[in-house]
Design a protein around this ligand. Structure first.
Ligand SMILES: [Zn+2]
Length: 168
């Protein structure tokens, strides 16, 4: 790899250049200032801006508040002509989560969503439709339980599961 032969600044520049070229190829990719914002975002989080992180970061963080699964993001990456494997998407999502850029929401036993809003907030999960959305308001708890001895409450995850009403 040529990364070893260059300093950090040059690695950044190389990654940026890759994406600018990809922008020309992929019409659905955001413009250059998106790349710059993404670079800043990654460096603020202490992540080295690899080509994969930049590419997926643009899909995740430049389109407003999103809830995505790894599979959905992988499909978007393929549509945008990004040459990535599903395993890379999983790894990158996990790295973003560990760096505090995403919050993982386990909606059911199998599937995790990744939320670009990392604040604690409740969700609706639409069963069978693979959709997770924020609960706008109207949810209130009057009492939190005491934590077990030697523990403290880290966070409260609330997922309200919805299903379609049966048509009579
Ligand atoms: Zn959310």
């Amino acid at each position: 790899m040529d990364i070893q032969a260059t300093n950090t600044t040059l690695v950044d520049d190389d990654c940026g250049a890759d994406l600018v070229q990809a922008d020309v190829v992929g019409p659905s990719l955001p413009p250059d200032d998106g790349v710059q914002r993404c670079l800043q975002f990654l460096s603020d989080a202490g992540l080295r801006p690899t080509r994969q992180r930049l590419a997926l970061g643009q899909l995740l963080f430049l389109r407003g508040h999103r809830h995505v699964t790894a599979e959905r993001l992988y499909e978007e990456a393929i549509m945008a002509n990004m040459n990535l494997s599903l395993a890379t998407v999983y790894n990158t999502l996990n790295q973003f989560t560990e760096a505090g850029l995403l919050r993982r929401i386990a909606a059911d036993g199998i599937k995790s969503f990744f939320d670009t809003d990392t604040s604690v907030h409740p969700h609706f999960y639409l069963e069978g439709e693979d959709v997770l959305v924020d609960v706008a308001d109207g949810l209130a708890f009057s009492k939190m339980p005491e934590a077990l001895p030697g523990h403290e409450i880290a966070r409260l995850d609330v997922i309200v599961h919805l299903r379609r009403k049966r048509v009579m």
